[in-house]
Design a protein around this ligand. Structure first.
Ligand code: HEM
Ligand code: HEM
Length: 231
């Protein structure tokens, strides 16, 4: 999965005997890339958790009848409006967390852009994607499947970076929708894009973890440790 297709072509042995080329080396992940990776993974999981709490685990709106019932037992009558106001207050608490985590994720997005534009060569995703695509085009039939797998993995990362960019920009637009009239007017459409992109990110997450675990268990032992510890 993380085969380094940038590796130089091996030189043939000096004695001229035929020898299968060594397997391409695997690359080490630089510290900034690892910090970005695990930081983003944590923040994305956090964002998803806030949505899980809001829509499924707590779901404040669905609690209104229960609150009404509990208060009625103590002889207190609560109107539906009062219940909704309470539900709104609980929901706002969770949204505050969602937005705080989202702003941190936007910071990590910026870090990734800076790494791409200014970082050391090994953190540049675009260079690795092009190298893998080039290697795929030139691969002899026997190596085509493996080169295709590497290209597929990189293509999913490219898609993920696009999803993340959409998520950050739509998220920021929603954050400022109440303050900027233009953003307020497009809020509903922006929300839809934000929500649909969430499902795409969940899809990436499932595919990514399955792919990485499969690679770890089959042909690339130590891959996950390298993404954690570098070497
Ligand atoms: C929300 C969670 C996650 C996101 C968004 C995510 C995202 C990414 C991205 C974008 C890359 C490519 C980095 C690059 O080359 O520029 C990557 C690589 C990698 N990730 Fe994740 N990741 C997540 C969770 C995980 C988890 C849970 C594991 C471990 C089980 C993991 C292990 C790896 C490994 C080993 C690589 C390197 C694979 C390779 O070079 O092909 N990731 N991840
Ligand atoms: C992977 C990360 C993220 C996920 C999974 C996610 C998911 C969601 C979902 C499902 C909604 C509800 C949309 C609707 O009501 O139809 C939402 C709303 C929102 N998100 Fe995100 N989001 C993420 C990242 C961000 C980021 C980076 C920001 C920017 C700071 C952000 C800010 C917001 C805001 C302000 C709302 C509207 C809250 C409200 O209605 O009061 N989100 N998000």
């Amino acid at each position: 999965m993380n085969t380094d297709y940038n590796a130089p072509t091996p030189t043939p042995p000096a004695d001229g005997r035929g020898q299968a080329p060594p397997l391409p080396t695997t690359h080490d992940y630089s510290a900034p890339l690892r910090v970005w990776h695990w930081g983003s993974a944590l923040l994305i999981s956090g964002s998803l958790l806030t949505i899980l709490f809001l829509k499924v685990i707590v779901s404040p709106r669905d609690l209104v009848p229960e609150w009404k019932q509990a208060l009625a037992k103590g002889g207190v009558a609560m109107t539906v409006q009062q219940g909704r106001a309470l539900a709104h207050a609980v929901g706002e608490r969770i949204w505050d967390w969602h937005i705080a985590i989202g702003l941190a994720l936007a910071g990590f997005w910026l870090l990734r852009v800076l790494l791409e534009l200014r970082g050391p060569a090994e953190t540049r995703f675009s260079a690795r994607l092009l190298a893998v695509a080039h290697k795929y085009r030139l691969a002899p039939p026997a190596e085509r499947a493996e080169a295709g797998g590497a290209l597929f993995a990189k293509a999913t990362y490219a898609l993920f970076y696009a999803f993340l960019t959409v998520m950050v920009f739509t998220g920021l637009a929603l954050t400022w929708a109440d303050d900027v009239p233009l953003l307020g007017r497009i809020e509903d459409s922006v929300k839809e894009v934000h929500e649909v992109t969430m499902y795409l990110i969940i899809g990436f997450f499932v595919l990514h973890v399955a792919g990485v675990v499969r690679a770890e268990l089959t042909k690339d032992h130590g891959l996950i440790s390298r993404m954690i510890g570098g070497k």
